[in-house]
Design a protein around this ligand. Sequence first.
Ligand code: FES
Length: 328
Amino acid sequence: MSSDLASPGATTERLLVRQARWVARDVVELRLTRAAGGALPAWEPGAHIKLTLPSGLRRAYSLCGDVADTEAWTVAVHRAPEGRGGSREIHETALVGRELEVRGPVNRFPLVPAEGYLLLAGGIGVTPLLPMARELTARGLPWRLVLGARDRTRLVYAEELVALGGGRVLLVPQDEAGLPHLAAELAAAPPTHAVYACGPQPMLDAVTALCRTADPARALHLERFTATDDAHTDRLRSSGGEFEVVLTRSGLRLTVPADRSVLDVVREKLPDVPYSCEEGYCGSCETPVTAGLPDHRDTVIDPSERPGATTMMICVSRCGSPVLELDL
Ligand code: FES
């Protein structure tokens, strides 16, 4: 096990895929342990780990097991047939019995103190919210969870959630009940209750807009479910053409091709540059910009703050000018 320079507190080690099981249609759960057994580093609900797959692809997944299960880390992976291949590789490779490099845990979506919690999940986005629901139950705090999916077969961890929360869990299969009534859920939650939402971008956009309109002071915590949305990440990274990057402190000038990220190119020269999710949502790779026009494509910097932003997430953001100067 080695310390992880990219994410303080995280570690990197090889873990054995001990078990795989289906937990919903097109969703497989992997249980990872040390080959010789023994306790893994502790984690808190909201944390994710990053797997390096046999092909070398790296993908981040929320931990969705029980924090009390100290010997295993559990993730659930939704098959994304249109993606760049990470989830497909997991679904189509016999991984049980193999070791994978695992980095983490890192938590960019932690539970903050509140009088109660409304947890809103879309599809596989329930994975970070399930351990939150367990934790809140253990702490005796009020919570409600709403999980939407296209149909019943895609309601990930539905049985576990209902067993855990009973009437506090609302399952919304879209083909029977339509979309979750987010406005009604938010209106029914007391203003002192924090809202956590994880799911596809349209759902998060809707939650954000509803909160801004109805109750801008409410604590809102969002995590776009990116781990299997490879096609989306591809779109984030690509397009906009080639540009030059000048690393002012290192005295380097590098070319970023249209199909590679700034981070990929920089890492070849500066292997210790911080990063984690590589999908624009964790903030680990935030880098000061000293000149040039960043084309922000992350979800860390609020769109309203982009025009004045002096930093950028180099894993997905690009450049709107021919040259970008970074303080690296
Ligand atoms: S590595 Fe996570 S935002 Fe760039």
